[in-house]
Design a protein around this ligand. Sequence first.
Ligand SMILES: [Zn+2]
Length: 317
Amino acid sequence: MATTTFTKKVPGVDTVEPAVTPPPQNATTFLKKPKLGGSKTRKKDIPEGLWTKCPSCEGMIYDKELDDNLKVCPKCSHHFPIGARERIHSLVDTCSFEEMDPLMESVDILKFTGAASYEGKLASAKKKFPMMKDAVVTGIGKLGNHRVALAVMDFSFLGGSLGSVVGEKLTRLIEAGTDRGLPVIIISTSGGARMYEGMFSLMQMAKTCGALAYHARQRLPYISVLVDPCFAGVMASYASVGDLIVAEPAARIGFAGARVIKDTTQSELPHGFQTTEFLIERGLIDALIPRLEMKTKLSHYLDFLLDGRKQSLAALG
Ligand SMILES: [Zn+2]
């Protein structure tokens, strides 16, 4: 038996790493094998889903390394999308976050019908992201030296769209911040208003901004953090009224999409149009902050703004 097994082996194949499914032992397969490069041979050792290809530098990054680096490419600093809960974990002190309204869910008030029902879309989003009931997570947590009212949007849930629940959760958070004398930080990423909720969605723009106006009357700071992508109704409301507006590198930020603007104006758009780097030069954004520095920078800004508030209140007597 042993002799039979030995004689079946084709010389040359032994040097190639074994595949998960052994290739058929015939001449065609043997001829194809040498074409595989060394890196591909090595990749076969590793189960799928452990590596991610960076779309910017095209390097292969070990997923654990990517997670440890807050989803920032260690080679070229490309910022991958990151979930709301991972982001909260990266910003607030461990166990300090008290989530607000975690069970609030959207309803299909308009009985929206189209290619797919709103109810169906909501159900599939919730199934895909069991930890999310809608596109924002809100709560109070400790960031650096301060307790803050923090909201983080998640683009993966229906494009981070601003519906009634997102608007209501943000408004309740801002009002809690006003009542408790806390600064507000909202991290926004969105494709805009949620079309399935029509006017109910658009009303959230005014509601959130109204709550922020009451918050500002208490001389409490509001920092708006823009992350890729951030567009339309969200940019036209709470995301662009921060005392400070900061953004991650290379984030796409705007109101209408570039293609719509190009078609409407019938003109070529400048290089880098609607990116953080473009908008910072034109004054819309106050600072560009890489994700790995976000916690430190936000903490410094809060120190500065809250100290200023204290001094101005003291001066008023
Ligand atoms: Zn990269």
